[in-house]
Design a protein around this ligand. Structure first.
Ligand code: CA
Length: 236
């Protein structure tokens, strides 16, 4: 019998057919006190899921043998394992966010391994299976987006957001430091942007800011760039 795997270490199933990306993920997961199990096809992942419990699955949408969405549905018939999608295309993101696929989160390519491991940790924490902190681990991100629940937490506390507020904040959280014009925010958040006026964005930003300050009165994350628009300050 080989050495028993350490039961305290979380097993992360990585389903990705691009070797360079898979290697990057495996390395990042390994340095965060978790054990990566890397496979390149849905077929191999299916065999693992049937044979043994894993704590979370990172699932590429574009796999050689089966579409990641179809595979996710199939997995949901046998397992509630948390799933993070890897995706490269806006159309795929819309499907993940719009349909009830049972995904817990998604990460868009290209992504930083650290971003991915932060999300893995967040999901494991939420599902009550926390990971012992690695000595090099970063502080938790200020904002955590939960796409399946359409919810965002700030400093660990849930924000009670309207649909527009969620969409605007989610966009800015994904691109910290990037300045968004009112038009860009409106295009992203409103179904019929033309039906509204600029001022509406200002109003929603104002309520968003108030909600952040309810949690932290000194919050200055959400910044106004006069003449340009708004951005989320890159937090330390
Ligand atoms: Ca792929």
């Amino acid at each position: 019998m080989e050495n028993e795997p350490d039961k305290n270490l979380k097993q992360i199933l990585v389903v990705e057919d691009e070797p360079a990306i898979a290697e990057n993920i495996a390395f990042a997961v390994g340095t965060e006190n978790m054990v990566p199990l890397v496979v390149a096809t849905a077929g191999e992942a299916w065999e693992i899921l049937k044979a043994r419990p894993v704590d979370l699955m990172v699932l590429d949408v574009g796999l050689p043998d089966e579409n990641g969405f179809d595979f996710c549905r199939r997995v949901r018939t046998i397992s509630n394992v948390p799933i993070i999608f890897l995706t490269a295309r806006q159309a795929e993101i819309d499907r993940i966010v719009g349909l009830e696929l049972g995904a817990d989160d998604y990460v868009t390519k290209p992504f930083s391994p650290r971003e991915l491991t932060a999300r893995i940790r967040a999901i494991l924490r939420r599902s009550g299976t926390s990971v012992p902190a690695a000595t090099t681990s970063e502080p938790e991100p200020l904002f955590l987006v939960d796409h399946s629940r359409k919810a965002i937490s700030y400093e660990g506390q849930p924000l009670n957001l309207s649909r527009y507020e969620f969409r605007m904040l989610e966009l800015m959280v994904r691109h910290p430091g990037q300045v968004f014009s009112r038009d860009q925010l409106m295009d992203h958040a409103w179904e019929e942007p033309d039906a509204s006026y600029d001022r509406t964005v200002d109003t929603h930003i104002k309520t968003l800011r108030a909600k952040l300050r309810k949690i932290n009165p000194k919050s200055d994350c959400l910044q106004t760039r006069r003449g340009w628009g708004y951005c989320l300050k890159e937090c330390p």
